[in-house]
Write a new protein. Sequence first.
Lengths: 477, 784
Amino acid sequence: MSTHLKVNGADVSLDGAGVHTTTLDWLRDRGLTGAKEGCAEGECGACSILVARPGIDSPTEWTAINACLVPVAALDGQEVITSEGLGTSSALHPVQQEMAVRGGSQCGFCTPGFVCSMAAEFYRPTRTACTGDGEHGPNGFDLHALSGNLCRCTGYRPIRDAAYALGEPDVDDKLAARQAAAPPPAAVTRVVSGDSEFVRPARLSDVLDILAESPEAKVVAGSTDMGVEVNLRGVRSPLVVAVDRLSELREFEVSDDQIRIGAALTLTEIERMLAGRVPLLEQMFPQFASRLIRNGATIGGNLGTGSPIGDTPPALLALDAQLVLASRRGERVVALADYFTGYRQTLKSPDELIRAILVPRPLAPLTAFHKIAKRRFDDISSVAVGYALDVVDGIVREARIGLGGVAATPLRATATEQALIGRPWTERTVREAAAVMATEGTPMDDHRASASYRSAMLGQSLLRFHAQQLDVEEVSA
Amino acid sequence: MSQLSERPAQAVVGVPLPHESAALHVTGEALYTDDLVVRTRDVLHAYPVQSPHAHARILDLRVKPAYDVPGVVRVLTSDDVPGINDAGVKHDEPLFPDTEVMFHGHAICWVLGETLEAARLGAAAVEVEYEELPSLVTVREAIAAGNFQGTGRHLEHGDVESALSEAVHVFQGEFEFAGQEHFYLETHCALALVDEGGQIFVQSSTQHPSETQEIVAHVLGVASHAVTVQCLRMGGGFGGKEMQPHGFAAIAALGATLTGRPVRLRLNRTQDVTMSGKRHGFHSRWRAGFDDEGRIVALDATLTADGGWSLDLSEPVLARAMCHIDNAYWIPNVRVDGQIAKTNKTSQTAFRGFGGPQGMLVIEDLLGRCAPLLGYDAMELRRRNLYQPGHTTPYGQPVRHAERLEACWSEVLSNGEIARRQEEIARFNAEHPNRKRALAATPVKFGISFNLTAFNQAGALVHVYKDGSVLINHGGTEMGQGLHTKMLQVAATTLGVPLERVRLAPTRTDKVPNTSATAASSGADLNGAAIKNACEQIRERLEQVAGGRLGISPHDVRFVDGIARGLSGDGVPWEEIVHSAYHQRVQLWAAGFYRTEGLHWDANAMHGEPFKYFAYGVAASEVEVDGFTGGYTLRRVDIVHDVGDSLSPLIDVGQIEGGFVQGAGWLTLEDLRWDESDGPNRGRLATQAASTYKLPSFSEMPQVFNVHLLEKAHEDGAVYGSKAVGEPPLMLAFSVREALRQAAAAFGPAGTSVDLPSPATPEAVFWALEKARSVQPALSLSGV
């Protein structure tokens, strides 16, 4: 099977690429050294490139991703643009022009990555001029587009100014025009190197067959987790199965009694498709890693790893979400609250795949997502809490509180919920319940936070949630 | 005005210009050392075998299994070193430790492979047998065990004991604070090959090519002239590439000489963070006396730098810390003792500020803690203690231009509308029980020049070709600080030609020899003066030629914007003068040299005038702290900083902003956590990746960020009246930490003194404000 990738407009053969060769290494080996390796775990964005992805507001959207995390085999048949493809030193792209003249680069090492992330936002079809706020420019530029890019030199101010100075793409801008045409279809891919194999089947049933026969197969969607395993821990799975473009895993339906979210939708896609319909998730999205990660990471992947510190589980636990698990044996629906069984262990058997996430409707009226971390953009939670409460006539009728970072699994704060349900939604109740909440879970000491801080944050979180309901002004988000 | 500082009319210096490589940066066309690998044939890749113990004896090293891995070409061990097995200049830093590993992550040997994957698998196959030895991981453990290295220092001025006994208020305290990982985006990298004639050519991401060259030469046992080191540019340095690149370059060079093939050594992030040195954490113990008016009358302090496993640059770092414990404050009686702890950690090294920030942090922390106890507003307390004209530092150097401190301070107060905002903050805090704001201003006085006088020299090589184009070489390296941009501006100014006529060639040891590190903020001062010197030699020769051509005295010739003119009349283009000069057999190139005059320093007595001048600045920062979490935002920063007459204002503002944010990262966010337990991972760095060691990101950028360069700030005696800018602004970030302290205190009763750890992470701030919340008003006035 011939594999190829369109790079900066030219078809390049993928022959000879290894199963675990990252897109970054592959590009650099071809002399496209603009993209850099700064961390190899999707944290610094120096490797950011643009990929032509199916769009939500236009047929295709240029989407920025971390090239260090994605195996190049996963891009078979796709189109990518690197900093070299945006412009040249004698004919700069508008993004490059603004970055250059405003002092947006010092050492320049992170710059090509910033340029690609900024270009994706430059081309976002829904970017429109607005009044601007702390995180949006007057041109509608969302600063979160750059939350996955680190610069150690500038202190960011000139980069922000460059982003906020961008106008609209010219009428003859080729990349803008490309967004109006259909995206490249997903290829059916099989790459073999050494003892390893990468496959991208055409249908869900093919994937389920593979999982039934080879339960050790590594299922990969955005590769934001597997890429780290490959780069930092030397993991070389013998069989990698890509599922991120399966239409069966990319369904999105809103009905009166539930929202069905396909497991292979990325966090960015879900954020845009939901468009604020689930306020709890709306609060969670900007705090989930960075835009670069959210562009690749899928909701199914975040649940599939079974990590106790993922950001979606506390939110989805509070929303009482369910998972649709599929295998050759059929489909079953399990409650997320039952799904996590131990440290990185779940109810999902090796031959099963998460197909969709179901969020029941109507939603509880009082919700919030609290994330405690050292850094506001792009950090891993010390503690995360999702709230969904129903208060009728001043009495708490229902309460679901999801917790992350305080035990070997995400969990519901059941004792706290019981301390709230049936009681008046008053400061006294909340203080008493907060004391209970501070004892939930079994938090531990690590480099992110001490166990005592984690416990304190649980109690404080409930106080803060209550205060937020009373006085929006009082509590910063 | 000195000849060096005098700026001609229509100078190219002083014009705000983007970085000279900006167009290459933004397109990805700019080349860094590792980008050269794909342009080089048959490259071998190096991968280390790292120690899993903080301290252990090596009982056996079996490399044979590595050779069984397909693609492994060679394993480099201490047996392969033909010269000196040492990566440093102190001979305490074996390149290949053959008997003892000294820290978790210490590289024992290196595997060369046809691919990086082969080298990695080969390294995993190497078998090492260890006998674990007791280790010291924290500076406190080292102090308790009396485990020190290098020479301790003592600095004394006045009579500290009498002053303390007569002081109205005496406080004492202890303060231990963390170091900082450089986290340049480009990790350490070297690419070595052997040229025809046996010349070893090493491309290295190094701030100090000459020393890289020397270390490579002594490891290989060859003369310096057999080794050439080139640095195209670095993806950030910040001091981390002053000493640390040498050993890595030597490994690559050794591999190249043994295999005859180019060898690339590039550390991945984990290797870089676990193997290379960082900013020193310090422990300090102090006593301070104040008079009734809030004036500090005496300071007695002991500083212990956590040096890690070898000396590296710890001695000069300690000296600079001791010379900066006064920061911007006049302290009539001072005694400082300094020592260097030896611990089983990476060997800590230079980092932007080079000990200065650590010394200054001690006094700023002290003032922040004492202000409430003295009953003073912290801003007022700091202002009253600022150096005034006529004052002298504890080590005997007059504080020239001390009035600029007051000038910066009052300008920050007015630019920042501080008085109005203080009222707003008081109102806000009264109305918001769960959120508190605070505003703090802190000053910076930072000495410019290498503390070691010999390093204050530089060279340059300037060529003018027959067509009038100019090529400049100098000994400084480009790491993003804009040095090359400034050097182009200096050359164009001195020769009187348009900037486009001048090109700059990469830094190489075979062009300018015996250079100093591009460090100590001195790159532009030293190399700029050397370039100016070279250009002046050429210009003076061309003035002779032009004088003859124009029929005027050579003294009346002026080159401006590429035209030679007399005091009146028509001019002649530069190119024609150059052409004539060639035919008249006039030398069209020159070597330039500069040494900083007026320095003298007795390192043993810690006395003299080690600095050419001081850089000054003041910052005011406003924060808001969330009482539920300790989380905070940096709402607004106002800075006025003294860069002299700026050589390149856009570059200088960039240095100030970037230094400030990097300093704020050190003080509030960046968290080096070593495993201090007695478990199996003792001594392992837990925060060794970007996912666990968090740098400032967009969310830490001040929401409002106003930077002004101090006006009328001509610096006599420095190139074109400018001042160094690389390091001093980092320390303006003390204002953020002090604002956090005050915001935490605002959760308690008035007059609460708050101890704040460093870094002041949200967790640290939360515990500080919890403590403040629990303070009873009556208790808040007890001693520190």
